[in-house]
Design a protein around this ligand. Structure first.
Ligand SMILES: Nc1ncnc2c1ncn2[C@@H]1O[C@H](COP(=O)(O)OP(=O)(O)OP(=O)(O)O)[C@@H](O)[C@H]1O
Ligand SMILES: [Zn+2]
Length: 769
């Protein structure tokens, strides 16, 4: 009797199709969860065999599956189920989701080779005399696909900052240098695509001149481990947390839990002990951080604490070949190990018994572009299939998560004290209306504190959440700021790099320039970013003060972020200036003073989470002070000291903040009391929109009430133009996700025939701009 199976295509049209199983090939060649090659139209595709026992479809003739790619299942049934579930929730095809998360080489048609190295054409696999023999060879392991059809991409990084010792006539070299300067580590493929030609010649010259170097990844794991920290035993609080979580981990039902521990309370040690025990149980562990910088720190922590464990580092900046290798190795079911990484690790083909999200409140756990997802939900999806534990940890939990923990949906353990003798720092607000900034951006008392700390040989962290030299470059001739032609926002001046950059789309202009509007040449940089702050400090502080800066600009060269963090940890510098990158996760015992230049920066964004995010960042950065022997203090400059968040920041009172915030959310009708979705519609800048948007608005109004969905908008988005497209958005509120999904599906249908119009749906949005 003929047998039929389902195959999920990993390339367009991404559908699930029914094929017949070839009767002349042994049944043992096929594995549910393994990749297969199937014919489609006149070509071949790679798909995943998702079901080997389906009924014969009526009224159509099925083609045979051509040949397997994997000798064993690549994905477990649980993994495929997880992807299917995600596809329902994201309203996107499962094949498309997988195509987005699998390394390209694993979706490509493989090259089949005999053991002698002779290539076998796909057509020959379909028919021909060799087929039976090849099947025998396959079973005996003498015939296999060769996956690596692409040449591994080479990655390049700058070695030095501009200016570079290159003749002005050597334009090809300068172009490449500038590109790497703006975009950071880039591959040959991106470079060739950008310049529309092969750039291997200038690359060769630049390598020889030692102006660039080839790297494995943007962020290479530290080769040398710090000397193992003195071993310590867990405090009673830590021990109790471990035992509580361990009970949940071993009770054979999926669980989620929150470790709510103040900054410096030793949450990492709790994670590591649980990870160790989980490995002993024979289960995999995923330890995830919101940012690569913190993932690298955790990777080091794990290797120090568990030197015997099998540890892998995974994040979005690995080279394609590294990503591919990790997927292949893990699909091969290695002994239980630990994956340390960022959110995309959740798609690796292992069954984790324990998933830990460190700094769980962080917005970077949400992916906002392409495949939109929240790592917390994905992680829960993973551990439901393995009956494992999802452990979230933070000093400032997400308000939604803490609400669930309060109501018993999530188990809660606390670490209310810092480890050892360390105390939480004293936080003081500096009212800039009373004490205006007289030393660059600093009030006199703040500057005095800075100088005193430097004198005393202590370390200082200065947070300013804005990179670049000045956020606005104002033309004195036409009185207009220089704006990005694609986004209509002000371009940021990066003085040292001699660039103007759009922080939204990456568009860059060389500086100095003449005003794009009036050709004027006189400019005034307005406001200040981290670069200007650093410049001010160098001029203002004693000459021998060592200053480091950490932001996306100083992290463009491979390894530079780690170098900066390591140098500061070794106390080679006294001051570290930077953006929110330095606010969390790191442990610098020498820091006694933290200064926040503009505490109001994030408070007034048009987003219901603005206060929560600001509060979290301020408490986190304050938490970098006083982690060693000496007490810490924190000075926050503000012009708005009446805001309700300050009282809680000053007292490091998360729960007080939570109580206030959750009451507001209830009154205003925001999550967790309602489900929220943001629907974005965009169209090319020069395309008329009035008629379309009016009709769209009318139809939404007709659909929403019946579905029990309230709608705000459509209205122009706060960033009304981005990357050359006009943007509109509407906010949907309802009591249930299915109601929202129903309306979103309708909205997609409404716009499906419109030319050049794109629609995206963000469930539970993090970024409302
Ligand atoms: N039981 C212990 N005894 C001594 N030192 C400890 C103990 N537990 C943790 N530590 C040390 O305390 C320091 C702070 O711990 P850790 O970085 O884990 O804090 P955290 O809770 O993650 O803070 P944050 O939320 O600010 O990142 C680390 O250097 C760690 O080695
Ligand atoms: Zn732009």
């Amino acid at each position: 009797m003929r047998e039929f199976c389902s195959v999920l295509l990993l390339s367009s049209p991404y559908s699930v199709l029914t094929y017949s199983m070839p009767e002349d090939l042994p049944r043992q060649m096929w594995h549910v969860g393994g990749r297969v090659v199937v014919p489609l139209g006149k070509s071949f595709r790679v798909g995943i065999l998702t079901d080997a026992d389906v009924a014969e479809p009526e009224g159509c003739v099925c083609k045979d599956v051509l040949w397997p790619v994997d000798r064993a299942p690549f994905f477990s049934a649980g993994y495929l189920d997880f992807i299917r579930d995600l596809s329902i929730r994201q309203m996107d095809a499962a094949g498309k989701i997988l195509a987005r998360v699998l390394p390209a080489a694993l979706r490509d048609l493989p090259l089949f080779k005999t053991r002698e190295g002779l290539a076998v054409r796909l057509g020959d696999l379909a028919e021909g005399d060799a087929r039976a023999g090849l099947a025998r060879d396959w079973m005996a392991g003498r015939f296999a696909p060769h996956v690596c059809t692409r040449r591994p991409e080479r990655l390049f990084s700058l070695i030095t900052e501009p200016p570079w010792p290159v003749r002005p006539q050597a334009t090809a070299q300068l172009d490449v240098l500038r590109y790497l300067d703006v975009h950071g580590v880039s591959s040959t493929k991106t470079l060739n695509a950008h310049f529309g030609k092969n750039v291997s010649q200038p690359l060769r010259v630049l390598l020889r001149k030692e102006l660039i170097r080839e790297v494995e990844s943007h962020f290479e794991p530290d080769v040398v481990c710090a000397p193992a920290a003195a071993t310590f035993s867990l405090t009673d609080e830590q021990q109790q947390a471990v035992e509580g979580f361990w009970e949940l981990l071993t009770d054979r039902t999926p669980r989620s839990a929150l470790l709510f521990g103040v900054t410096g309370s030793g949450k990492t040690a709790v994670y590591l002990e649980l990870a160790r025990r989980c490995l002993c149980l024979g289960k995999h562990v995923m330890l995830l951080a919101p940012e690569v910088g913190i993932a690298l720190k955790l990777h080091r922590d794990v290797r120090e604490a568990l030197p015997e464990a099998n540890v892998r580092l995974f994040h979005g900046y690995l080279s394609p070949s590294d990503r591919q290798r990790t997927f292949m190795e893990l699909a091969d079911q290695p002994a239980p190990g630990i994956v340390v990484g960022t959110r995309s690790s959740l798609f690796l083909p292992i069954e984790p018994g324990l998933v830990i999200l460190d700094e769980e409140h962080d917005a970077s756990f949400k992916q906002d572009e392409g495949l939109i997802y929240q790592a917390r939900e994905l992680a829960y999806g993973r551990i439901t299939r393995s009956a494992g534990l999802l452990l979230m940890g933070s000093a400032t939990p997400d308000v939604k998560v803490f609400h669930a923990a309060r109501n018993g949906g999530i188990a809660l353990k606390r670490l209310p004290n810092r480890v050892g003798e360390a105390r939480l720092p004293v936080v003081t607000l500096v009212d800039l209306r009373v004490e205006p900034p007289e030393h660059g951006p600093f009030a006199t008392s703040v500057r005095d504190a800075l100088v005193a700390a430097v004198h005393a040989g202590e370390q200082v962290i200065i947070l300013h959440n804005r990179r670049g030299y000045a956020p606005v470059l104002y033309c004195e001739t036409c009185s207009e700021p220089v704006k990005c032609p694609h986004c209509q926002v002000s371009m940021t001046l990066h003085k040292r790099r001699e660039l103007l950059l759009c922080h939204y789309c990456g568009h860059s202009l060389l500086f100095p320039l003449s005003c794009p509007g009036c050709k004027g040449n006189e400019f005034l940089p307005l406001g200040s970013g981290t670069e200007r702050l650093e410049e001010f400090l160098r001029d203002d502080l004693p000459r021998d003060t060592k200053i480091l800066r950490l932001d996306r600009d100083t992290s463009r060269r491979a390894g530079s972020m780690q170098d900066t963090l390591a140098a500061f940890a070794r106390q080679e510098a006294q001051i570290l200036v930077g953006t929110q990158m330095l606010s969390k996760g790191h442990h610098f015992p020498g820091v006694t003073l933290v200064v926040v230049v503009d505490g109001d920066l994030g408070l007034n964004l048009p987003d219901y989470r603005a206060t929560e995010r600001s509060f979290q960042m301020l408490v986190q950065v304050a938490g970098r002070a006083g982690r060693g022997e000496k007490n810490g203090r924190v000075l926050i400059q503000t012009r708005n000291p009446g805001h309700y968040c300050w009282q809680f920041v000053r007292e490091n009172d998360y729960e007080g903040f939570f109580t206030r915030e959750i009451a507001l959310r209830q009154v205003m009708g925001y999550p967790p009391f309602v489900k929220l979705a943001l629907v974005r519609v965009s169209l090319p800048f020069d395309q008329p929109d009035a008629e379309l948007m009016n009709a769209f608005a009318g139809r939404i109004r007709a659909v929403c009430p019946a579905a029990g969905v309230r709608v705000l908008g459509p209205a122009p988005a706060p960033l009304a133009v981005l990357r050359g497209r006009k943007r509109f958005q509407c906010l949907l509120k309802a009591d249930s996700w299915p109601a929202i999904r129903g309306v979103c599906a309708e909205m997609r249908k409404m716009l499906s025939g419109e030319k050049n119009v794109r629609i995206s749906v963000d469930l539970d949005p993090m970024d409302m701009l």
